[in-house]
Design a protein. Sequence first.
Length: 242
Amino acid sequence: MRIIIVIQARTNSTRLPQKVLLPLNGKTILERVIDRAKKATLPDEVIIATTTQPEDEAIYGLCQSINVKCYRGSANDVLDRYYQVGQAEKADIIVRITSDCPLLDPQVLDQVVKAFLKYSNCDYASNTIFRTYPRGLDCEVISFQALAKAHSEASFPWEREHVTPYIYRHPQLFKLYSVIDKKNFMHPELRFTVDTEEDYMFVRAIYHFLGNNLFYLKDVYELLDKQPWLAYINKSVSQKAL
């Protein structure tokens, strides 16, 4: 059984242009996401899925420089991007994460994969169906069979752009599993993702305090307990709707 992590990445963010290439303690945000994803123990490989747009040549070049596979495909049909990568890589299971999550916790990622594998004939497992984790720890695990069905049947542009809505909005067609945080205090209101300058300031502050060694969600929570002012840096940022 081949399990791959596919990280979607591009540089056209409207609120914070080129955000995935911004520096974060000596590396780019994208490199931080890749490094943390690689610490997960269950997936076999980490792969980047970017676009064929000229502005995303920088992402392709970065991946080449750090020896990470990078596939290029449609700018707007991200579902097709994932399908093409899964097909080319002969993947059985695809773990979807995004490139703007430099606080990604590999233990959380492994937890979602374990849930997927444990739940018999699961098509889709995620910690976003019912949110108990901060935004920025999002993880979706999808069978390639389910992804192929969505690729064939999803017709609305937003279903193609956001990859998985066709799956989780059709529970009569797919077997879904919701992963919730049972170990820590639930903080779905916190933002660990990078969409705005305030978000960028927040993750820079976290890395300033915790450094470049691998840290986990519990470490960030402990830091926020000691330095509660940090959570106010990006508290006013609103999440963009689908």
